[in-house]
Write a protein that binds this ligand. Structure first.
Ligand code: DX5
Ligand code: ZN
Length: 218
C-alpha cells in the first residue's frame, strides 16, 4: 500500500484554511478534526466549515469526527462531499448502520480507536470499514506526544487488515512527526495524519515531502 499523508488543519490558522490547504498541494488528503467539546474536551468546527473548505480546495477531505453522536452527523459529512468520514468506536451506538450510510453516500468509511480501545473486538466489523484509525495520542488536541504504547496494537491491526488483502487503510493520528513516522510505517500504518509537524513547519509542503520519504523507508 502506498504511503499517504493527511495534514491536519487543526494546527493551521483557522482564519486562513483555504491558504492552509493551498500550502500543501502535495498532500493526499486534508485531515479535518471535528470536535464537539463532549466526546473530547475541545471544540473546533462543524459541517458548514467543511462545506466551505470543500469548495475552496480540490484536495480530498478526510473528516475525523470526535463527537458524541456520530450516528446522527456522519452521513451529512459524506453527503457534503468528504472523501473519507471516520467515526469513533467509543462514540458510535450503531456503527454498522453509520458506516454503511457513509459508504452509501459515496465516501470511504473510517473507524477510529482511542489508545486504550482494543482492536480485536472489532475484527468482525472490518468488512464494513475502508480505513482503521488508531489514535496515537488521547484525542482532543494537536501537538501532543506520540504514545509508543499503541505500537503493538498497530502491529496486530496491521495483521488483521493485511488478511483482508490490503483493501483497508491503516491510519495513525497524533504525535506523528519526523521522529515517529518510521516507527508507525514499520508497524504497518499507511496513512499518516500530521498536524503540528506540517503546519508548524516553516515550509508545510516540504514537511509533507519529508514525512512521506521517511514513511516510505519504514
Ligand atoms: C487530535 C487530532 C489530530 C491532531 C494531530 O485529537 O485528532 O488530528 O490534529 O495533531 P499532531 O499531529 O500535532 O499531534
Ligand atoms: Zn484527527
Amino acid at each position: 500500500m502506498a504511503v499517504q499523508i493527511s495534514p491536519s488543519i487543526l494546527s493551521a490558522d483557522f482564519a486562513r484554511l483555504a491558504e492552509a490547504a493551498a500550502s500543501v498541494p502535495n498532500a493526499d488528503w486534508l485531515h479535518v478534526d471535528v470536535m464537539d467539546n463532549h466526546f473530547v474536551p475541545n471544540l473546533t468546527l462543524g459541517l458548514p466549515v467543511v462545506e466551505s473548505l470543500l469548495k475552496a480546495t480540490s484536495t480530498p477531505i478526510d473528516c475525523h469526527l470526535m463527537i458524541e453522536d456520530p450516528d446522527r452527523w456522519a452521513p451529512a459529512y459524506a453527503e457534503a462531499g468528504a472523501g473519507s468520514v471516520t467515526i469513533h468506536a467509543e462514540a458510535a451506538k450503531a456503527p454498522v448502520r453509520t458506516l454503511r450510510q457513509i459508504r452509501a453516500a459515496g465516501a470511504r468509511a473510517g473507524f477510529a480507536l482511542n489508545p486504550a480501545t482494543p482492536v480485536e473486538p472489532y475484527e468482525d466489523l472490518l468488512g464494513e470499514i475502508d480505513m482503521l484509525l488508531l489514535m496515537t495520542v488521547e484525542p482532543g488536541f494537536g501537538g501532543q506526544r506520540f504514545l509508543d504504547v499503541v505500537l503493538p496494537k498497530l502491529r496486530r491491526a496491521g495483521e488483521l487488515v493485511g488478511r483482508r488483502g490490503g483493501q483497508i487503510w491503516l491510519q495513525v493520528d497524533g504525535g506523528v512527526s519526523a521522529e515517529t513516522i518510521e516507527r508507525c510505517a514499520e508497524a504497518g500504518a499507511d496513512v499518516f495524519v500530521a498536524g503540528s509537524a506540517v503546519f508548524g513547519a516553516e515550509d508545510p509542503a516540504r514537511a509533507v515531502d519529508e514525512l512521506r520519504a521517511l514513511a516510505e523507508k519504514g
